[in-house]
Ligand binder design. Structure first.
Ligand SMILES: [Zn+2]
Ligand SMILES: [Zn+2]
Length: 252
């Protein structure tokens, strides 16, 4: 850890053309090298998790350093990072352990994950699945009242309670979605109608098999309004499915 401290001093002078944002949150040479390989984000979380188990006072400094870097990667990295990857690497356990240890240097990071990053990412199906698995892994930490007794939890500083309530709601949606009781809702594709119903109650266009209508009349109207042409060309639009491999394009 002394080595990291020595090796990663922030530069005293910034290179010409350096962005203001980078100046306000500078990276030392070690952090810069890690930042340029944002694939290492999972390893950073694993390292934080390991360090959380150590009691030496200087550990908090290194964790602080790693979390700053991780946050910067999440916000600015050219390679899109997903919270679900970090949840699979032990992020939730690390956040709980940091809360139990209450190192004031780490409070802004824990708060940022719980208030900003995780709530925003729990709208994605795979992130909620990753969260559900992560939750099973931390039952040993959540089974008692230890977390609720921490000052950060009691004083609502990191908004643990709000986060856990929100996450529970998203888990309920996931469970409903995965059970047979859930049926997808669709809107009538006649733009002059747009009424919403369960997909099985709507009629599907037999030509493109992609447009849905609430009635024969709506299907006729939309045919005249332009679906006559759109139906034929729909297959060509399906080429855009190749973007499914493009990170962030279809965040499922
Ligand atoms: Zn309709
Ligand atoms: Zn059609």
């Amino acid at each position: 850890m002394v080595f990291i401290d020595d090796a990663d001093q922030f530069p005293e002078e910034f290179p010409e053309g350096c962005a203001d944002e980078a100046k306000s949150w500078p990276l030392g040479p070690l952090s810069l090298a890690l930042y340029n390989h944002s694939d290492c984000a999972r390893e950073l979380v694993a390292a934080v998790l390991l360090l959380c188990d150590r009691q030496e006072p200087e550990v908090g400094w290194v964790i602080n350093h790693f979390l700053m870097l991780l946050r910067r990667m999440l916000i600015t990295s050219p390679t899109r990072l997903w919270l679900r990857d970090l949840l699979e690497s032990g992020l939730l356990r690390a956040l709980i352990l940091m809360t139990l240890q209450c190192d004031p240097r780490l409070k802004p990071h824990v708060g940022y994950f719980l208030i900003v990053l995780l709530p925003a990412s729990l709208v994605y199906f795979r992130t909620v699945v990753a969260y559900r698995n992560a939750l099973k892994d931390v039952q040993d930490l959540l089974s008692g009242d230890a977390l609720k007794q921490t000052p950060w939890y009691r004083e609502g500083i990191c908004r643990w309670e709000e986060f856990l309530t929100l996450a529970d709601e998203r888990l309920e949606v996931l469970t409903a979605h995965q059970s047979s009781s859930f049926e997808a809702q669709k809107a009538c594709d006649n733009s002059e109608c747009g009424s919403i119903g369960e997909s099985s109650s709507l009629r599907r266009c037999s030509g493109c098999r992609a447009f849905y209508y609430c009635s024969v009349q709506c299907q006729r109207n939309d045919w005249e309004l332009g679906h006559r042409n759109a139906c034929r060309t729909h297959d060509r639009l399906l080429l855009c499915r190749s973007f499914g491999n493009f990170p962030g394009f279809f965040p499922t």
